[in-house]
Ligand binder design. Sequence first.
Ligand SMILES: *Cc1c(COP(=O)(O)O)cnc(C)c1O
Length: 485
Amino acid sequence: MSNLDPENWDHIRVLGHRMLDEMLDNIRTVEQQPVWQPPPHAVRTLFQTASLPQTGVDLEALYQQFIEHVVPYAVGNRHPRFMGWVHGGGTAQGMLADMLAAGLNANVGGRNHMPVDVEHMVIRWAAELFGFPQTTTGLLTSGSSMANFVALLTACRAMAGTEIRQKGVGGRLLVGYACESAHGYIPRAFDMAGLGIQALRYVPADRHFKMDITALKQRIAVDRAQGLEPFVIIGTAGTVNVGTIDPLEALADLAAEEKLWFHVDGAFGAMAQLSKEYAPLLRGIERADSLAFDFHKWTQVPYDAGCVLIRHSECQAKTFAQSLDYLSREDRGLAALAGESPWFCDLGPELSRGFRALKVWFALAGFGTEALGEVVERSCVVAHYLETRVYTLPWLELMAPVVLNIVCFRVVVPQVKDLDHFNAELVKDLHESGVAAPSTTKIEGHVVIRVAIVNHRTTERDIDILLEALHSLAFARINSLKEVK
Ligand SMILES: *Cc1c(COP(=O)(O)O)cnc(C)c1O
């Protein structure tokens, strides 16, 4: 064998078509499979004990292992009754786009080729969607965690000076603000940026689960009086727990007044912008200095695809660009800029980067913003359907307002004293039943069942099936409690 290309192209063509057919069928029939099933011990052991292969095996044999040992035990987020956390459902079209991108094997860190332009195009579309100026810069990332990190680092260097890149943060006491309901990866971004987790000041939520503006103002004043250097306010559009949206307009006003950078973590919630009905809830997002959001959640692009937008054209490159001889930019040829924009490696931490932009392009152009907006609206309709059913069922209690697509509730029955434990166990029962997979969270100290409708395949019927399963599992559990006594 002289290189790694297939020895027999006809064989691989046949096998490739079979793989494609089988995966398309697998997606089409996903509802007939359990949402999730635990990987059997024997399967786990196979992978835990597999040694580094010295000689290769046939691709068909590997594919067989994938089919038997991986596919049945995947996370389950393609299934319409996967309702946990915030996971997108993916699409067959997205799978094809990812396959084409892998076939092209483009490195989109920079240089003069069309995949770079495709990423610029989807960044420009995203900027337009959110009412950002044409000069906005941006980057596709692995997700909102990385997008938030890129934005935070950019905010820090824009506000506190780029000499930090040479000297480090040193003794400067730079601080930022987010609501206590902000995502757990916001403090991680402060940590990774070298600012320290304590540099993130948590502001309490008001009774609507939104950042309390008065408390935020006070906190900034106290910090300034103590000689700290506030530099950023972080609002969340769609909190993970409840799906609430911080008062973005008021935050934008305050950031302007206090001369602070205004960042919005819109991981899934920002996509409400695609819906005419829900977009008004996000008013103020168009004034953010930076925005992080995901294409792999509500927009159903296959993992992974997040995005960061930075309003001010110079800031992102000033944060990340370096001049390295072997990466020098020429006036023409492959090492030239593609158009006017900097290379993507100048806008984030990574040099080599894949062609994520292709699947984002195919999703935005293939479905169009209207159909994607309808997915958002339908999810909210299904969530409100669940809300209504929770109201009408005496054994269920709603635990938070339903703003977008997240419903937090719990089973409340007089026979059960420890509701936290009971509801947590019930969710595990549900997962193991394979019927539905919501998650849990804590609301005001109580463990609750949390249903997030993100998958474009989920309908009201899935809610009925969820509630039926929940009812029978709950009462089976209550009966077994009685028997023990
Ligand atoms: C999902 C989420 C994140 C993290 O994004 P990833 O895409 O998982 O990296 C951050 N913030 C919020 C509000 C989220 O929902």
